[in-house]
Design a protein around this ligand. Sequence first.
Ligand SMILES: Nc1ncnc2c1ncn2[C@@H]1O[C@H](COP(=O)(O)OP(=O)(O)OP(=O)(O)O)[C@@H](O)[C@H]1O
Ligand SMILES: O=C(O)[C@@H](O)C(=O)CO
Length: 417
Amino acid sequence: MPLLGCVADDFTGATDLASTLVRGGMSAVQVIGVPDGPLPEADAVVVALKSRTNPARDAVRDSLAALDALRAAGCARFFFKYCSTFDSTDEGNIGPVADALLERLGAPFALACPAFPANGRSVYRGHLFVGDALLSESGMKDHPLTPMRDANLVRVLGRQTAGRVGLVNLPVVGRGAAAIRDAMAALAAGGHRYAIVDAVTEADLMAIGEAAAEHPLVTGGSGVAMGLPGNFRRRGRLPPRDAAALPARRGLGAVLAGSCSPATLGQVAAARTALPVLELDPLETPDAAALARRALDWAEGRLGAPIVIAASAPPGKVAALQARIGRDAAGALVEEALAAVAEGLVARGVGQLVVAGGETSGAVVSRLGLRALRIGAEIDPGVPWTHAEGPSGGLHLALKSGNFGAPDFFAKAFGRT
Ligand SMILES: Nc1ncnc2c1ncn2[C@@H]1O[C@H](COP(=O)(O)OP(=O)(O)OP(=O)(O)O)[C@@H](O)[C@H]1O
Ligand SMILES: O=C(O)[C@@H](O)C(=O)CO
């Protein structure tokens, strides 16, 4: 029976969370979509939804269905994973989903902490920083689907919920788990439903995780999950094991990039010196089938070495396509094209696929009909290789959050650095 049941609002986020738990010694499986059968064997099961940018009522419905499946499998502790850059709009989906999960669990209070220091996300006095910049001055202000223009998370979450949102600030966090636990209890007693909890170091996150040992629901980025395996270990429920063991990788290699984040744009640029790269131009060819055909024609004969196919474009070009056909249609067009490319590449013998971007990963994994990914060792923080069982040894996938990974990530994933 899984110790921890998790609901993630996108696919790369689910992998990121699962990877953190594996590093902490918990075996983890990412299940694609609401489970409709028995759950796989693992210490942690992470249900990956594509609910970050859906209408809030759909996100709530799917998240509750995932929660019900996890509860039915015997989970008693839960985690709601959203982005370390708090990707959302005033309509949701973080607040409405967290509200619904709390209500279903009969719990009055949850902490909210997206900090992820290894990837430059820190929360100070309730404000989210990406590197040295406030969230609202980072690349996230131009995100194609969830532009983030306010860094004050008490305010941002406050606009998404009718519940009161308080703050546990860094001086309290610095005093350790007991102080954090007391501060959260005081906020809950004072009628708050949420506490944004500051964190700038991994030690802060470990203390926050420990402080939440009795909370039915923890919400946040993957960072705050770092402290959770220790809670199970201290209770003798987590024996030592190689939590990251996977079958050996096989087959041809390819990268599909649909993220337009600064990190992914840099990785596509850096890949040009190491791997064959095709940059698709959806502005010039706003036709998913034509883009996919072009990519598969280009890949023909190049598949001996890992290849990179990218639709990623800088903010100006993204905005131009959105202005022409609408924001959602632009995203869907590129997702459809890359999903079709993934299907074609796997049919041509690709067994190791890196996908950049959460929505993009969702589209690819859904198209490939994958149901579960077992989580292996990390390539870079938050991005592990994973394995999906299937014919001919199955498929290895690395689902890279848009902003994660070193500049040479794509070559590194295939040991080409
Ligand atoms: N050239 C382009 N023009 C317009 N939209 C694009 C273009 N290339 C990609 N997109 C769309 O931009 C969106 C990027 O979102 P995605 O979630 O894949 O990346 P991300 O947000 O950077 O990653 P993450 O969610 O992991 O942080 C997708 O819907 C994708 O289809
Ligand atoms: O938390 C993050 O930044 C990532 O796991 C993610 O959710 C990107 O989609």
